[in-house]
Design a protein around this ligand. Structure first.
Ligand SMILES: Cc1cc2nc3c(=O)[nH]c(=O)nc-3n(C[C@H](O)[C@H](O)[C@H](O)COP(=O)(O)O)c2cc1C
Length: 167
């Protein structure tokens, strides 16, 4: 599908069927994340794939995953990210978010639903994933097959002219 059409079609899915996502699909989504650009190509990120019932159960008190059978946690490490010398801006969250966006679009391309999640308790997630070495959880991406009961709300965006300035 044409990329712009795919982006038009994509929407946040908040109801999933319990059908599992195949390993081949998981591999493609992860590959899309690894292909994402990062500042200076430092790739200060890590992708954790959470798909066993035991691991999903461990995470369940940290966020609402809408019954998705698969969750990706995208982590980043500030120390390994690019620091802008002028003002010290660090690219960790930007890098992790481009990775997440690539993965979300690949999931859409595969016919899967997804929802990006930032409303989570980071301490519970970190403990459940057994994260150390300075990685922080930046984004969670819940993925699965959209349930037939899922409500698709028409895409609502601000007018193009209010967001874009061409000079
Ligand atoms: C950075 C970010 C954080 C988000 N966090 C959540 C969240 O915690 N829970 C949720 O249900 N949706 C979350 N969303 C999904 C947005 O609410 C959703 O993308 C937005 O309303 C536009 O709708 P659409 O994705 O259907 O186009 C998040 C999206 C982004 C980009």
């Amino acid at each position: 599908m044409d990329l712009l059409n795919l982006m038009e079609k994509r929407h946040s899915v908040r109801a999933y069927s319990n059908k599992k996502v195949s390993q081949e699909m998981i591999d493609r989504i992860v590959k899309a994340g690894v292909l994402a650009p990062t500042a200076c190509n430092f790739q200060p990120v890590k992708i954790v794939v959470i798909e066993s019932d035991k691991s999903l159960e461990k995470l369940s008190s940290a966020a609402n995953f809408y019954n998705a059978p698969l969750v990706f946690a995208v982590l980043a490490k500030k120390d390994e990210a690019w620091h802008r010398p002028f003002d010290g801006m660090v690219s960790d969250q930007i890098d992790a978010s481009i990775v997440t966006d690539h993965m979300m679009l690949e999931a859409t391309e595969l016919g899967l639903g997804s929802v990006w999640i930032c409303y989570f308790n980071p301490e519970i997630i970190k403990n459940a994933l057994d994260i150390d070495n300075g990685y922080e959880v930046i984004n969670l991406l819940a993925v699965g097959f959209e349930d037939e009961k899922s409500k698709v709300v028409p895409k609502k965006r601000k007018e193009l002219c209010s967001l874009v300035k061409q000079i």
